[in-house]
Design a protein around this ligand. Sequence first.
Ligand code: UD1
Length: 353
Amino acid sequence: MKVLSIVGARPQFIKEAVVQTALKKEGITEVLVNTGQHYDKNMSDIFFDILGMPQPQYNLNVGSGKHGNMTGRMIVDLEPIMEAENPDWVLVYGDTNSTLAGAVVASKLKIPIAHVEAGIRMLPKDMPEEINRVMVDSVSKAMFCPSRFAVDNLHREGKNEGVFLVGDVMYDLFLKMQPSFSHNLFNELKLTEGEFIVVTLHRDYNVDDPETLTTVLQQLSEIAKQKEVVFTVHPRTRKNIEKFNLQHLAQAIKMVEPLDYLNLMGLTQKAWKVVTDSGGYQKESYFAGKQAVVMMPDTGWRELTEQGFNVLSKPHELKDKLFDNRSPDFANQQIYGDGKSAEKIAALLKSFK
Ligand code: UD1
């Protein structure tokens, strides 16, 4: 059996890392395509190095662009590859433009699509990632859901066949890599355990509008009076801080480059709390036993907000939400499976017709 996997953005390299090992164990041949949606070393190559992944067979080097342009170029390049490779499955991950491009091409070529992290839904409905999720699930034959909530979403949309609750591959990776988490940056920045927060923000609605970004930086500066703020800055966010001339608002904040997985998780282990608008990182902070303030109007990981681990926040509420009095119990971690999600996916791909 041959599977063609498509990755391109930071969270997809992380998910692919565990799935690729599981496919190999099942004796499935994998052809890996990297669209190149993310291309800065810290956003792409570093994950291959650190997670010990073999290089992809195909690199499309698509880079950034407007949504249609970027997705369109991926579609053009993916079509001949899928035709030549003629895989039994095309495997796509999450909700990025790379996911959408892979699903469009495979569906037109009538190659069955398997979607890892299927069924996640959240508001606003017009956010690019939500559009990608809905469209990809609508053409997928196998939908691998990380949570019960994701399964319920698909059932509500009338999708019953091909829906599997497998757990979260990011939890698999967390358990596997935990012994290798790095405290280098923690030491380098001379931080004190439990006395700092880790911040990541990159969503268009948080960083593309100058007023909103100003509010965010003001809130973080206020927070910095009580807890150190380590902001790992996504390139999109950095460009906008410069474009809107907001550097002066970031003086009290420790701004660092986007971090590789091992350093980000090592830092998180030592942090007090997390502030993020990343779908993956809000969950990884839970894996690490840390509360997250999620700067999104909604979350696809509703179980974490419902059970009080995470809380949603608008930009102007950030400080209040961070210093609230929640004390959730992290002792019992069963929400996202048993660390064997990737193995389940590989076994299902093999058996499911
Ligand atoms: C994308 C995904 C999002 C995912 C995120 C993880 C889509 C629609 N969104 O968002 O779901 O959570 O990746 O990081 O696919 N840039 C660089 N260097 C890079 C990558 C990006 O400079 O290596 C800058 C460019 O200015 C680019 C901008 O960031 O235009 C946005 O990148 P893009 O890939 O469009 O979306 P993300 O915000 O990264």
